[in-house]
Design a protein. Sequence first.
Length: 80
Amino acid sequence: MQITFKKSPEAVMVIKTNIIYKKDIKKLSPVLSANPQIIKWNVDSEDVDKVLRIVPEKISAEEIIRIVEEQGYNCEELPD
């Protein structure tokens, strides 16, 4: 008998920000991309909430918020 497991979907953190311009994303890029606890991330600057989506690996929303705020941006986790 062969047992197969479905890969669980990746959890995505959704964070409201004030990231507006490409220059803002470029400023955050080295910080977020270099963090080994962040699998992937993107910013939807067209969304009304300027949503930062992060696929985390053992990192909390609070830590993400701290990292982003240290770069000079406002953010807060959006509820599911």
